[in-house]
Write a protein that binds this ligand. Structure first.
Ligand code: ATP
Ligand code: MG
Length: 256
């Protein structure tokens, strides 16, 4: 049934062609139809439901419905602060919050998934490389590089950054399941590293990378290989010139 935005409560977050409302313990994320299709909204809700089925902490999905020409997901409201808000408020404990992020990520990645509804991470990365606007030779190099990477089938969140984790007391909830895939754990870590760098927090990024590699017993140069590929995929969506310069630098840093 179509609902009115006015019935969804207080508009408390607005960005990236999405509006987030809350009312009576329900958070409604409304996606601008010019940028998000009905099927992409349904697939985000499905990924979130899948994470819950596996026993991970995510907001419960209540419903998916139209709001005017847009589509929306209504979920349980998690009453707490995101790791991003906590890190900003309490920078002295940045390490502790990053440690939390790494532990959550490793628990997700320790799940081998056979869910065929989740896209393969490599297919998704390939598509973004194709749309990156890079020249044909660089795209070819990146595609070859991607092909050589091992095919793992871990449950990857795909956008695991401090603003996508809310702490409610001791319990950490994971939000924003739009980019979930099955794939390689180090690619997921490379994305988290890159998201921290793009937020301008080099220090957090470097603490994160060390911590992730130590806890997952991964060679940092292996994650480094993924950073170049993952950086290329971000070119398709990031317009900010400074951020694009960081991405281009990451792509060129690696010897093919
Ligand atoms: N279920 C929820 N309970 C409480 N707060 C929420 C919930 N869902 C979203 N939020 C708040 O809204 C913010 C944005 O939500 P979400 O990450 O789902 O959307 P997004 O548009 O993809 O955001 P971004 O692009 O910043 O990652 C979160 O960082 C959080 O502060
Ligand atoms: Mg988010």
């Amino acid at each position: 049934m179509n609902k009115n935005a006015a019935d969804l409560g207080e508009l408390f977050v607005e960005r990236n062609n999405k509006k987030i409302y809350r009312k009576d313990g329900v958070v409604t994320k409304v996606f601008d139809h010019k940028f998000y299709s009905e099927s992409s909204v349904l697939s985000e809700a499905m990924n979130q439901a899948y994470a819950l089925e596996l026993g991970f902490n995510a907001p419960k999905v209540y419903s998916v419905f139209p709001v005017g020409s847009d589509w929306a997901i209504a979920s349980e409201e998690i009453k707490g602060e995101t790791l991003a808000q906590l890190m900003e408020k309490d920078p002295a404990n940045k390490k502790k919050y990053i440690d939390k992020l790494v532990s959550i990520q490793i628990s997700l990645l320790s799940h081998l998934t056979d869910n065929l509804k989740l896209p393969k991470l490599k297919d998704k990365l390939n598509k973004y490389i194709t749309n990156s606007g890079l020249d044909a030779t660089t795209r070819y190099d990146l595609n070859v590089r991607l092909e050589k990477m091992p095919n793992h089938y871990k449950f990857c969140h795909g956008d695991l950054a401090p603003n996508n984790i809310i702490l409610e007391g001791d319990k950490a909830y994971i939000l924003d399941w739009a980019h979930a895939t099955r794939g390689n754990a180090s690619a997921d870590a490379a994305m988290t590293y890159l998201l921290l760098v793009l937020e301008g927090d080099e220090k957090a990024a470097s603490i994160y990378l060390k911590d992730f590699c130590k806890k997952s017993d991964t060679d940092p140069s292996y994650v480094q290989n993924w950073i170049s590929v993952v950086s290329a995929t971000k070119l398709a969506t990031i317009k900010d010139e400074q951020k694009r310069a960081i991405l281009l630098r990451n792509i060129n840093v690696v010897e093919y």
